[in-house]
Design a protein around this ligand. Structure first.
Ligand SMILES: *Cc1c(COP(=O)(O)O)cnc(C)c1O
Length: 659
């Protein structure tokens, strides 16, 4: 478990579980990670999880040759002298696109918070400081870490240390923070240290001789009062949530003003198969991807593009590709990276359509192995050299098992496998799987995203974070390091799977999805609370067992509490004892409709065993949580008392009929 110390509202000191610590400064748009353990630990996902929002994460540290973890960041800035030294040593991986030289005296806008870089002398070849302008606080690397001075003879001489301190004291700031300290250092402390350094009374192995007192962290009790406070992770989450726009506001307004023709508030429906160009050259440029634009709606269309961009933003990904259905999106995702001889490792109890797809893929030599949801030992044991990806559903349908996405991602990444998640049942309102480390997310947008049950569609979102090994994923090789810097998975998905297999979304359905999307937050909020109320009501009925992750006794409750925000989903199942009773209750309902769909504004009921799971064996059905006496209820936004009353009369009719 990481420990978090809040230095200021937007400045935290984080010690992660592996005992690597760093300073995090974040604004609305970007997060700056200072001195993060040579960039080796997986701090990006830690930061994204804590801030639970898509971030450009920038690391700065003095080790350009430690390329191991650099690629996790959007950019790694290093002191130009460090870059130069690594280059001279021959240890710099020059091809690494994230490495950039830091410029002195440059102000970076993190979104509401500004940091200005200052080069300080000393500490090998110079060290970097960040002035947080809003807080009048100077953050620097080891230069202000008293405990680092203990082995300062590795890095500094008395002269360079004095220069660092003098320069820092010459700057008009009030407070100082070392990137590895949990408290800010008052000016008085640096003055004391400087005095002692100038008196040359320094034995490098004794901090006390520099400071004249014990280390700041342990014993300094100065009158300059303010120090950091330790905060718990969930408190950190709450603090982070306060500083970002709410889900519903973002849904309606995005991050900027829309730019639709004639000032239209909604995206027009570009109901056209193809797009005209003024010159042959312009068209050639668009085909060659040298110029943005549209040619043919199978490959791209402005309404579809707007939908893709909205979903990319909602999920916090790098790019998205829309498809004609959820199944088309799932099929294309797999075919993008697997081929004959490969294995898909999947959790069991999947959506019926996906199980049928897997059976069909076996004809092409693609194997699937199943392990139970959240059985990580079985999962690890099932990882063989032919496994190319791990697939799971956030909430399984209709088993309602909630996957611990964090643990799945950790295991997948240990074996350098991507984690692909079907997030249909949860929707981005309940969880954004990238914040837990997932690599690719798929939605059947026919469901909650559309909301009104007005059109079939699917979408795949690429986080852009997974490092695809060209040997293991040869289909992606031509797309790695593409000139536009786009995520290779999404680029191939569009240019091959969408373009050549042809399962494109219609502009009209993209528009209906955009319309539905505007109320995703409102709908989910109401549907989740209705579902909770219904679950509690079903618990009071004799002879009925209810499965809903929101109930504390539910086997998935603990994971659901960890993974899901805002609610526990809008699907529940009930078992009534016999298939006959299940059918009678369904037939007696006056409000819920008998429909094999989910995520509609209306409440829908279905008997999975005789419908979606019809072609599965009994064992497959039970693995998927499907039983003869089970009804699945997709709860809508009706008034809850009407729903409860209706179910009540339906259940009462059962006992009247049997007496
Ligand atoms: C509905 C659904 C699908 C398939 O999506 P379509 O849009 O119907 O093709 C895939 N996964 C889950 C979890 C679903 O509920």
């Amino acid at each position: 478990m990481q420990e978090i110390f809040q230095i200021r509202q937007n400045i935290w000191h984080i010690q992660d579980a592996t005992d690597v610590f760093f300073t995090l400064i974040f604004g609305e748009k970007h997060a700056l990670v200072i001195d993060s353990g040579y960039g080796k630990a997986d701090h990006r996902s830690l930061v994204e999880r804590l801030l639970s929002t898509p971030y450009t994460v920038i690391n700065t540290h003095g080790h350009p040759d430690h390329t191991g973890g650099n690629s996790q960041y959007d950019a790694v800035y290093v002191h130009p002298a460090d870059l130069e030294m690594a280059r001279r040593n021959g240890s710099l991986d020059d091809t690494h696109p994230v490495l950039k030289p830091l410029s002195a005296e440059k102000t970076y806008d993190l979104g509401g918070i500004h940091v200005k870089t200052i080069f300080l002398p000393g500490h090998t070849k110079g060290t970097v400081g960040f002035l947080c302008e809003e807080y009048r606080l100077l953050v620097a690397g080891d230069a202000f870490n008293p405990d680092m001075w203990m082995f300062a003879d590795n890095h500094d001489t008395l002269d360079t240390l004095a220069q660092t301190l003098q320069k820092a004291l010459s700057l008009p700031f009030d407070s100082y923070l070392g990137s590895h300290t949990t408290r800010e250092v008052p000016r008085e402390f640096l003055e004391d240290a400087l005095t002692n350094v100038l008196r040359a009374e320094v034995n490098w192995n004794s901090l006390q001789t520099i400071l004249g007192k014990e280390t700041y962290e342990i014993a300094y009790e100065g009158s300059h009062g303010r120090s950091s406070i330790r905060i718990e992770a969930d408190q950190a989450l709450k603090l982070a949530a306060e500083k970002r726009r709410g889900f519903q506001t973002t849904l309606l307004h995005g991050t900027g003003r829309p730019d639709f023709p004639a000032g239209s508030t909604l995206s027009p429906v570009f109901q056209a198969s193809a797009f005209r160009h003024d010159t042959a050259q312009e068209m050639a440029n668009i085909f060659a991807k040298k110029q943005a634009g549209f040619n043919y709606s199978r490959i791209g269309n402005p309404t579809i593009r707007t939908f893709e961009e909205r979903i990319t933003q909602l999920e916090g990904g790098a790019a998205a590709v829309a498809f004609s259905s959820g199944m088309a999106a799932i099929t294309a995702t797999f075919l993008n990276i697997v081929t004959a001889g490969d294995t898909i490792l999947s959790t069991a109890g999947l959506y019926g359509g996906t199980i049928e797809l897997f059976k069909s893929l076996s004809r092409f030599g693609i194997q699937v192995s199943y392990v139970p949801v959240n059985d990580f030992e079985a999962l690890e044991a099932a990882i063989t050299p032919t496994v190319k990806l791990i697939f799971a559903e956030t909430i399984s349908n209709p088993g309602l098992a909630v996957s611990d996405i964090e643990k799945l991602a950790t295991l997948a990444h240990k074996y350098k496998l991507p984690l692909i998640l079907d997030n249909t049942m949860a929707s981005p309102y309940l969880v954004r799987p990238f914040t837990w480390g997932a690599d690719i997310v798929i939605h059947s947008s026919s469901k909650y995203i559309n909301g009104g049950g007005s059109g079939i569609s699917g979408i795949v979102i690429d986080s852009g974070h997974f490092q695809w090994d060209p040997q293991r994923y040869p289909s992606l090789e031509p797309f790695l390091n593409n000139p536009a810097g786009l995520p290779p998975f999404a680029v191939r998905l569009r240019s091959d799977l969408l373009c050549n297999y042809g399962a494109c979304l219609s502009p009209q359905n993209a528009f209906l999805n955009l319309l539905g999307l505007e109320t995703l937050g409102l709908r989910m909020e109401k549907e989740c609370s209705n579902t909770m109320a219904l679950a509690l009501y079903f618990k009071t009925l004799p002879g009925v067992t209810v499965n809903y992750p929101g109930l504390t006794e539910n086997p998935s409750h603990e994971t659901a509490e960890k993974i899901l925000e805002h609610g526990f989903g809008a699907i529940l199942t009930v078992r009534l004892g016999t298939r006959e009773k299940a059918f009678r209750v369904m037939d007696a309902l006056k409000i819920p409709q008998i429909v094999s769909n989910i995520g509609d504004n209306r409440t829908l009921v279905v008997h999975p065993a005789s419908t979606m799971a019809l072609h599965s064996t009994r064992q497959e059905q039970e693995d998927a949580g499907v039983f003869e006496d089970l009804i699945r209820i997709s709860v809508g936004i009706e008034d809850i008392h009407d729903l409860i009353q209706d179910f009540d009369q339906a259940f009462k009719s059962l006992s009247t009929a049997s007496t």
